[in-house]
Design a protein around this ligand. Structure first.
Ligand code: B12
Ligand code: SF4
Length: 497
């Protein structure tokens, strides 16, 4: 996998573990330059003999996480799990080897756990845990959400190995992720919210401190706010922008947000404060889908406002990324054609890329609860066989069609014509992404044209080869893929070492 940035979960928890006197070692097998295998991890655990081993589990990766846990379990004193999946299915993680599952936001429970474990104290009074006591499962109930986020210690990025994420100069900014809010009041039927509906903020002053810390200690020039909805608290946003404007840090930044908490005036202010890119969770332009996914009760306003936001960003020179989500059971082939028209309409404003995927119904969301039985995909994560027999992914998935495998999960038994139109939709977005990536990488129009057309044609060839034989695709395209990684579609491709 290709994680460009270190996981924030272990930046937060690593700080707490250090404060409690533990030494911390983080291995992210998904990190873009971490070439370790599961076997290496087993050897590492055998050698280091850690007192506690912690595993973060996404639902999507639950099966492979359980496989890994089975292999490392014999060498672990205590195996703790956390993250979205253990929050939703804690007992299942115990059945698969975990000693303790930590549910939800973990800062409070994890600190208490680290204090209790060495003293062999009872865990029953620590909220947020699920564990076995004499073969009986104990669930201590969820810990309260942390309301004052300023009280959480600043995440510690030094627990991550820089060389796992940084090879070229600009990649230092991969360490520039900040989580400045938690929670979202939205009720989107496909979204699992670990941080609950209550929107909480880190104060503008504290966010600014974190920015300066990253600038001074890591040489970061660009911050990526990974909040679900960065702009909901207008007052804090204005305060933060004022700090960035007045203190002249020269820091650029990007954020993601919902479209209903932003206006022209704010966009102008954000631009002045160094905002270079906004990722909009537009998701759909189909009125029926927008209402059924509970994105909005007023699709007409929603689509018009989205159009305006894209234009206002263009006026302020803020690059735009747009998230698109399709694959709902009620959508038709005609809907997908309408989405293609929509993408063609807005693409000139999408200067940073189209993202998103094809719906994979996450447990504890309405899309799962409502349809899992009907479409026979209950506990799909336990039976999820990867389409791929090995780690290698075909070249066409790298930039052109990254969600190709989601399409082939086919939770809702798409008919052929709908499948074909979704495929076309994502290829349309992928082609545009190739174009804008080439444009970002080069100034010369000839170079842009050659790189764009070259990468597009190579992606098409990779796709055709893969349909004929995955082995043949790998044999012929693996080198192209490696070369494209070095090339990176970005400025500043100078190797650091
Ligand atoms: C950034 C992000 C990513 C990045 C991660 C990059 C990185 N290296 O961090 C990338 C782009 C790779 C990614 C990919 C995917 N993501 Co994502 N992602 C997020 C996002 C927006 C922020 C994650 C984050 O950093 N949060 C901040 C940290 C502090 O929170 P946290 O990770 O939950 O950790 C806290 C607790 O969970 C707990 N904890 C976490 N791990 C552990 C481990 C232990 C041992 C303990 C004790 C506690 C603990 O403590 C932390 C502090 O409180 C979340 C949304 C969100 N609001 O969280 C979605 C989210 C996690 N992603 C989600 C999904 C669905 C995906 C994808 C499947 C998308 C896709 N369709 O491809 C993939 C799956 C990748 C995989 N490996 O299988 C879902 C997860 C749902 C689920 N049930 O698993 C979320 C919740 C979005 C949503 N609302 O639906 N994602
Ligand atoms: S707006 Fe985004 S974060 Fe909030 S519920 Fe909807 S999808 Fe989830």
């Amino acid at each position: 996998m290709d994680d460009p940035s270190p996981p924030m979960s272990f930046s937060f928890l690593g700080r707490i573990a250090k404060e409690e006197g533990f030494e911390v070692l983080v291995e992210n097998l998904n990190a873009q330059y971490n070439y370790k295998t599961e076997e290496d991890i087993i050897e590492l655990i055998k050698k280091e003999k850690p007192g506690i081993v912690g595993v973060h589990i996404f639902t999507n990766a639950a099966k492979s996480s359980y496989d890994l846990m089975e292999k490392i379990k014999p060498f672990c004193e205590i195996l703790i799990v956390g993250g979205p999946h253990p929050t939703i299915c804690p007992e299942e993680t115990l059945e698969n080897g975990a000693d303790i599952a930590v549910m939800g936001e973990a800062e409070i429970s994890f600190r208490k756990l680290l204090k209790a474990l060495p003293m062999k104290k009872s865990l029953k009074k620590i909220k947020g845990l699920v564990f076995k006591d004499s073969e009986k499962v104990v669930n201590t109930g969820h810990e309260e959400s942390i309301i004052d986020l300023d009280k959480i210690p600043m995440p510690d990025k030094s627990v991550h190995r820089k060389s796992d994420y940084i090879k070229i100069k600009d990649e230092v900014n991969n360490f520039g992720q900040i989580l400045s809010t938690r929670g979202c009041p939205g009720r989107c039927t496909y979204c699992f919210s670990l941080f609950n509906k209550r929107y909480r903020i880190v104060s503008a002053k504290k966010v600014f401190e974190e920015i300066l810390h990253l600038k001074e200690n890591y040489g970061i020039t660009f911050i990526n706010f990974i909040d679900d909805a960065f702009t909901i608290n207008k007052q804090r946003l204005i305060e933060l922008c004022d700090l960035l404007i007045n203190k002249k840090t020269g820091i650029g930044w990007s954020c993601a947000t919902r479209i209903d908490f932003l206006d022209q005036e704010l966009i102008a202010k954000m631009a002045k404060a160094g905002c270079k890119m906004i990722n909009f969770g537009i998701e759909s332009a189909l009125p029926n889908t927008l209402m059924k996914m509970q994105k909005t009760a007023n699709p007409k306003w929603y689509i018009e406002h989205s159009d305006n936001l894209l234009k206002w960003c263009a006026e302020e020179n803020i690059r735009v990324a747009v998230n698109v989500l399709t694959g709902f059971p009620w959508e038709t082939a005609k809907d997908m054609k309408d989405m293609q028209k929509y993408i063609n309409k807005i693409k000139k404003y999408v200067t940073s890329g189209f993202y998103g995927g094809i719906l994979q119904p996450q447990p504890a969301t309405e899309m799962y609860e409502k349809y899992a039985k009907e479409y026979d995909f209950e506990t799909w994560w336990l039976n999820k066989e990867s389409i791929f027999r090995e780690e290698y992914r075909p070249f066409f998935m790298t930039y052109y069609h990254p969600y190709w495998d989601h399409l082939h999960n086919n939770f809702f038994n798409f008919e052929k014509d709908k499948f074909k139109e979704i495929d076309k939709l994502y290829k349309l977005m992928g082609k545009w992404n190739l174009y804008i990536f080439s444009k970002r990488r080069f100034k010369n129009p000839v170079a842009i044209f050659v790189v764009f057309q070259g990468s597009f044609i190579l992606s098409k060839i990779s796709n055709i080869l893969y349909e004929i034989s995955p082995n043949l695709e790998k044999k012929l395209m693996e080198r192209v893929k490696k070369f494209s990684y070095r090339f990176k579609f970005r400025k500043g491709s100078k190797e650091l070492n």
